[in-house]
Design a protein around this ligand. Structure first.
Ligand code: IPE
Ligand code: IPE
Ligand code: MG
Length: 247
C-alpha cells in the first residue's frame, strides 16, 4: 500500500434498526458549569436547553420512546437554591412543552412521586399529560422526583392492597403484573441506556426496567452531549449482540 491510505468511511447509524426506546441519565450539568467558572445552576439551564435539542432529534429520526432522568428522589439533598432552580427550569420546560406536544404530536408523561412537589408543578404535569394523552408520536417520559426503589416499593404496596381487597390472588402475581403497577406500565423496556457525565452507575434509575438494556457510558457532560454523540451511542448499540440469556 502506498502512503495514500483509503480514507475509512465514517460509521453511520442504521436508521432501519433503531432502538425503540432510549433512556438517558442527564448527568454532568454542574461540572460543565464549574469548568467554565459559572455556578452549577447555569449548567442546569444549558442542560435543559440541550434536552429540548436531543428530544427533537430523537423525534426526527423516529425514536418511539425517550425516557430521561431529570430529578431523583435523592436530589433533594442538594442546596435549596439549586433545587429551586431545577424546579423552575422543569416548570419552564413543561409550559413550553404544552405547545410543542401539539405541534409535534408528542406524548408527555411524568414518572416519579408527586409527593413533595409544588402545587404549581403538579398542575402543569397533570395538564400536559392530559393534553397529550392521545398523541401518537414519540412518547417522552420525564422522570421527576423519581427513584426506582421508591417506584418498586409503591408497586408492592398497591399489589398488597389489591390482594387484601381480594382483587388479585397471590398466585396470580406475575412479572407482567408487576410491570403494570410501575410508572412505566404499558411502555416497553428501554433498549438503550445512555449515561453521560463519566459515572458508571445507575443512581436508582429504572432498576427493574433496565434488566436487559444495552448500556453506553460516555465522559461527555450532558450540556455538551450533541446529536453526533447520540449517533455514536446508537452505533455502539447496533454492534451489540443481545442474547437475553440465550446463545
Ligand atoms: C444534572 O447533572 C443532573 C441533575 C441531578 C439535575 P448534575 O447536577 O448531577 O451535574 P454533576 O454530576 O454535579 O456535574
Ligand atoms: C442522577 O445523577 C440523577 C439524575 C441525573 C437526575 P446524580 O448526579 O444525582 O447521581 P450521583 O449522585 O452521581 O449518583
Ligand atoms: Mg451528577
Amino acid at each position: 500500500m502506498g502512503i495514500f491510505k483509503k480514507k475509512q468511511a465514517a460509521e453511520s447509524v442504521d436508521f432501519t434498526a433503531l432502538p425503540e426506546h432510549i433512556a438517558i441519565i442527564l448527568d454532568g450539568n454542574g461540572r460543565w458549569a464549574k469548568r467554565r467558572g459559572m455556578p452549577r445552576t447555569a449548567g442546569h439551564a444549558v442542560g435543559s436547553e440541550n434536552f429540548r435539542k436531543i428530544a427533537t432529534y430523537c423525534n426526527d429520526i423516529g425514536i418511539k420512546y425517550l425516557t430521561v432522568y431529570a430529578f431523583s428522589t435523592e436530589n433533594w439533598k442538594r442546596p435549596d437554591d439549586e433545587v429551586s432552580t431545577i424546579m423552575s427550569l422543569l416548570e419552564k420546560y413543561i409550559i413550553e412543552a404544552i405547545d410543542e406536544v401539539r405541534k409535534k404530536n408528542l406524548r408527555l408523561c411524568f414518572w416519579g412521586s408527586r409527593a413533595g412537589l409544588s402545587e404549581h408543578i403538579k398542575k402543569l404535569m397533570d395538564e400536559s399529560e392530559k393534553e397529550s394523552r392521545d398523541m401518537t408520536g414519540m412518547q417522552v417520559n420525564v422522570c421527576l422526583n423519581y427513584g426506582s426503589r421508591n417506584e418498586i416499593k409503591e408497586a408492592v404496596s398497591k399489589i398488597a392492597r389489591d390482594v387484601s381487597a381480594d382483587k388479585i390472588k397471590p398466585e396470580e402475581i406475575s412479572e407482567d403484573m408487576i410491570d403494570s403497577y410501575l410508572y412505566s406500565a404499558g411502555t416497553p423496556a428501554p433498549d438503550l441506556l445512555i449515561r453521560p457525565g463519566g459515572e458508571k452507575r445507575l443512581s436508582n434509575f429504572l432498576l427493574w426496567q433496565l434488566a436487559y438494556s444495552e448500556m453506553v457510558f460516555t465522559d461527555k457532560l450532558w450540556p455538551e452531549f450533541d446529536e453526533r454523540e447520540l449517533d455514536r451511542a446508537i452505533i455502539e448499540f447496533q454492534k451489540r449482540n443481545r442474547r437475553y440469556g440465550g446463545i
